[in-house]
Design a protein around this ligand. Structure first.
Ligand SMILES: CC(C)=CCC/C(C)=C/CC/C(C)=C/CC/C(C)=C/CC/C(C)=C/CC/C(C)=C/CC/C(C)=C/COP(=O)(O)OP(=O)(O)O
Ligand SMILES: O=P(O)(O)OC[C@@H](O)CO
Ligand SMILES: [Mg+2]
Length: 226
């Protein structure tokens, strides 16, 4: 299903982690709307290519969420480009992306490229530390969402709790600010009940770690969003 407006659920696979062929088949045929390939560290061209070839045997849309320029390869349906709003370094908001576009701008197919305004909410997560983030208050997080919708006009606002379950009241408050921009929620979803709760407010939920920790429960999150 290639109409992003109807997406509710995405599995995120980490190219640095082992996964069986059987589990990849189950995830791809689960009824999820898309698969994202991405992670914070050890994302290599080899890992990104291997996962692509294993997922490609199925009809599900496959997205590369770019974490470094060295691991970008053709063949994905879409490329999601993170822009970290609450980073303390301009580098992670705009500079690494700018460098990539200086270098490769002439060959980019812009129809496949989508920016994500990231707001990273878990100080313990690798990605928070990697991108040198600062924890926003709820009020400040809502202000980032307003900027993404009205000033930057990005297609996605990603409320990222990577590794821990977030605050559904904040997800609800942010949803109320967004009309054009889609709200992605990710982090700590381990059960179908949590998937259902966050789906009530987020347009799309992303399920990551539980795929590796508890595959059976991971698969149950799909139906909770429908
Ligand atoms: C199609 C094709 C071949 C085109 C060629 C042209 C080309 C190269 C286009 C690229 C264009 C472009 C604009 C690229 C941007 C490149 C870039 C360097 C982006 C950096 C993005 C960024 C800010 C990264 C830092 C933060 C980060 C890693 C965000 C990703 C999201 C993430 C991994 C969140 C945490 O995930 P999680 O699963 O929780 O992490 P761990 O489990 O690993 O902890
Ligand atoms: O791995 P978890 O905690 O499920 O988070 C999913 C995703 O938001 C990570 O970018
Ligand atoms: Mg991960």
């Amino acid at each position: 299903m290639y109409n992003m407006d109807e997406w509710k659920h995405i599995f995120k696979l980490d190219p640095a982690k082992e996964i069986s062929g059987d589990m990849i088949d189950k995830l791809c045929e689960s009824g999820t709307d898309a698969i994202i390939v991405g992670g914070t560290d050890d994302v290599t061209l080899d890992g990104v290519l291997q996962l692509l070839s294993r997922i490609r045997r199925h009809a599900v849309p496959v997205i590369l969420e770019i974490s470094n320029i060295e691991s970008v390869t053709p063949g994905y349906d879409y490329y999601f480009v993170p822009m970290v709003l609450n980073s303390q370094e301009k580098k992670w908001l705009i500079d690494v992306q700018h460098e990539a576009i200086v270098e490769y701008g002439d060959v980019i197919n812009w129809d496949e490229m989508f920016a994500e305004g990231y707001c990273i909410m878990n100080p313990e997560s690798k990605v928070y530390q990697h991108a040198d983030c600062k924890l926003p208050t709820d009020e400040e997080a809502i202000a980032y969402a307003r900027m993404v919708e009205h000033l930057f006009m990005l297609p996605f606002f990603y409320l990222e709790y990577s590794g821990t379950y977030g605050d559904s009241a904040l997800v609800e408050a942010i949803q109320q600010e967004l009309q054009e921009t889609k709200l992605i929620y990710g982090g700590g979803i381990e059960t179908k009940e949590q998937a259902a709760e966050m789906s009530e407010f987020a347009d799309i939920i992303v399920v990551g770690n539980v795929i590796y920790d508890n595959p059976k429960e991971a698969l149950k999150t799909v139906n909770a969003t429908k």
